[in-house]
Write a protein that binds this ligand. Structure first.
Ligand code: ZN
Length: 323
């Protein structure tokens, strides 16, 4: 199939965009999608040809002065109000059917997701409430330790994998049909998810560690395990995830990661999760254009393309897990 046809045939999905969190902090909570000087806004989404966004509600690691759940609700409220304001262009979607309907109506589908299981505040019952509110994916940890497990930056002695509570959270997410995101998990935690998660799990914004030694990128044996479970790795476009020398990061280098993973496990296990608006270390104007372009370049480069042309592979897993 020609790259253009391939891209036209499925919605283009970006599995990790942090714009909402930035809106809360930098737009004083105004219902304007995008921040001044940021990577993503409605115009760029349209020009970039992105149709589905996993809309991250990012939560910092816990300190005694903040309630992660309340913080999540603040972002959730802002998302709902922003979507109401741009009802002709945006829709909140929680199922494949709703994503397809939004796509047909020419709207960008926002799937509410959470980065940092600290949101549960140690109470597993909160999971079902969050699911009923429409959240469909949770990154179990961020940089440090929470009740579930440990992030890649946790240095405390005795750091290990998932806690008993963390394993219960994974099982409850399976029951509720929510996607488990391992992107920030330390290696022990990753292997615990591989053991305890039923069905596919995903890494929304991580690349191949073999090509770039960022400790958030995945080793080949992790990628193989994730693929064996049927999951997908979302390619991160932030320079320090793409090349050990961030100045050398480019779309071609992103394609190198795609080809590496495709050769390892096949392209059915590759998606896109740019991390746009999640880091300052990137020039803005090209934001999002690179998403479909990556799919197109990969198709041209010739490694086996997935059923959904890489840019939509996460939709396949979303449908399988969340319905
Ligand atoms: Zn992240």
């Amino acid at each position: 199939m020609k790259p253009d046809n391939l891209l036209a045939s499925v919605p283009v999905l970006d599995a990790h965009i942090d714009t909402l969190t930035k809106m809360l902090y930098f737009n004083e909570g105004k219902t304007v999608y995008g921040i001044p000087g940021g990577h993503v806004n409605l115009d760029r989404i349209r020009k970039g040809g992105v149709n589905v966004i996993f809309q991250v509600h990012w939560l910092r690691d816990r300190n005694s002065f903040y309630s992660p759940l309340q913080e999540c609700f603040k972002q959730y409220r802002l998302m709902l109000r922003t979507v109401e304001r741009y009802a002709d262009r945006l829709a909140v979607t929680t199922s494949s059917r709703e994503i397809t309907a939004a796509h047909k109506a020419g709207k960008v589908a926002l799937v509410p997701v959470i980065e940092n299981g600290v949101v549960l505040e140690g109470n597993i019952d909160n999971l079902e409430i969050l699911h009923r509110l429409g959240f469909r994916e949770i990154g179990l940890v961020w940089q440090g330790r929470n009740e579930i497990g440990n992030g890649n930056f946790e240095k405390n002695p005795g750091v290990g994998g998932l806690s008993d509570f963390g394993i219960r959270v994974v099982r409850e997410m399976n029951r509720l049909r929510m996607l488990v995101d391992v992107s920030h998990l330390n290696e022990d935690g990753f292997w615990d998810v591989a053991e305890h998660c039923e069905g596919p799990f995903i890494a929304t914004h991580s690349n191949a560690r073999e090509l770039c030694r960022n400790n958030r990128n995945l080793w080949d044996d992790q990628i193989v395990a994730l693929a064996e479970a049927g999951g997908v790795v979302g390619m991160n476009f932030a320079p320090h995830f793409v090349d050990d020398d961030p100045k050398k990061a480019s779309l071609s280098r992103v394609v190198d990661h795609v080809c590496h993973i495709a050769n390892l496990v096949g392209a059915r296990h590759i998606g896109i999760g740019t991390d746009y608006d999640g880091t300052r270390r990137r020039r803005g104007p090209a934001a999002l254009r690179g998403v479909p372009e990556t799919g197109s370049r990969v198709a041209e480069a010739g490694p086996p393309t997935g059923d959904h042309g890489i840019v939509g592979e996460l939709l396949r897993v979303f449908k399988q897990v969340c319905g």
